[in-house]
Design a binder for this molecule. Structure first.
Ligand code: HEC
Length: 108
């Protein structure tokens, strides 16, 4: 019984990860984000704009949710995050997190 419950929990925990789609995230990122953050997401058009490549996925998701709700305030990013769906946020974060960059400590 306990084991079945644990298996059920494990499946539930794995579902959101399976639902993300970095390919869709790539399309969205190149259409809506690259103009400011740079095509490689390491060379933004202004040095005050953050690098995103290789940033942790959970950080990216949280920040984008916070921009969307207004919990984090920035005139530019609030407007950009507002129309993003939960799936958009997951997908684009999965794509950006997988890119090589100095923010990541993963060996590639
Ligand atoms: C018009 C320019 C512009 C576009 C387009 C844009 N951004 Fe941004 N982005 C910014 C600026 C400026 C900041 C810094 C805002 C701040 O200080 O909070 C930022 C910050 C961020 C951050 C916070 C990074 C950190 O280290 O905290 C994330 C994540 C982000 N953008 C993701 C995106 C995504 C995803 C898209 C496309 C859906 C996008 N941005 C499109 C200008 C832009």
């Amino acid at each position: 019984m306990k084991r079945a419950l644990l298996a059920g929990v494990a499946i539930l925990v794995m579902l959101p990860a399976a639902a993300q789609d970095a390919k869709k995230g790539e399309a969205l990122a190149l259409q809506q984000c690259a103009a400011c953050h740079g095509k490689d997401f390491l060379t933004p058009i202004d040095p005050t704009y953050p690098k995103l490549a290789g940033q942790y996925q959970d950080y990216l998701e949280k920040v984008l949710r916070d921009y969307k709700t207004g919990a984090r305030n920035n005139a530019i990013m609030n407007g950009i995050a507002k129309p993003l769906t939960r799936d958009d946020i997951r997908n684009v974060s999965a794509y950006l997190a997988a890119l090589p960059g100095p923010l990541s400590n993963q060996k590639r």
